[in-house]
Design a binder for this molecule. Sequence first.
Ligand code: DX5
Ligand code: ZN
Length: 219
Amino acid sequence: MVLIAPSILSADFSKLGADVKEVENGGADWLHVDVMDGHFVPNISFGAPIMRSIAPLTNLPLDVHLMIENPENYIPEFAKAGASVITVHAEACVHLHRVVHLIKEHGVKAGVALNPGTPVSAIREVLEDLDLVLIMTVNPGFGGQAFIERTVNKIRETRQLANSLGMSGLHIEVDGGIAADAAGKVVAAGADVLVAGSAVYGAGDRAAAISAIRAGAER
Ligand code: DX5
Ligand code: ZN
C-alpha cells in the first residue's frame, strides 16, 4: 500500500489549520512536517511550536523531517509535540547510531534521510534499527524543485538491500519533485511513502491532486 504525505511546507501558514484539514479530508495518509534551520539547508521553515499547534487538529500521523544540524537537541521536543516518525539526515549526524536510538527511546519511529549526493552505504550500519529510509529526490531546502531521475537507482538499491535482510516492513519514503508522473517510477523502484508539497498545495483541488498522485503510483 502506498502512503501519500502532503508537506505543509507548501501550505498557507496564515490558515495552516484549514490547509491541514483539507488534505486530511482529501485522502492524505500522513502529514509531512519539514523543519529547516538555515544551516543544514539554506532555508528556514518553522519549529516545534508550529507542530504543537497543528497536532491537536488532525488524526494524521505526523512525519517529521528534520533538516537541521544537531537534531539530537530537538528530538525530545518533537516527540513530545506528537511526532509519529522522526527522520534525521545521515549527513547531519556524526553519531548516527546514537541519534537513531534516541528517537526510538522516545517511542517514535526512526528514519534516516539521504541527500542525492549520499550513497546507501551511509546507512548500512544502522539500517536494521530503522523504520524508514528517506531517499531525497531533490536537494533539500525548498519546495517546488525538479525530481532528480538518478535517485530512482538508489530507491531500488535500498529496497533490494532491505529485502535481502528480510526487512519487508521498512518504509522507503521519497521527497522532492513528486507528482503523478514521478510517482509511478518511484513506487516501481520500491518506494511506499510519497511526500508531495507543491503538487498538493499548489493545486486548486487538493483532494484531486492526492488522487492523481495515488493513481500515478498505481499505474
Ligand atoms: C524539500 C522538503 C520537501 C518539500 C517537497 O527540502 O524536504 O518535503 O516540501 O516539496 P515538493 O513536493 O514541492 O518538491
Ligand atoms: Zn521533507
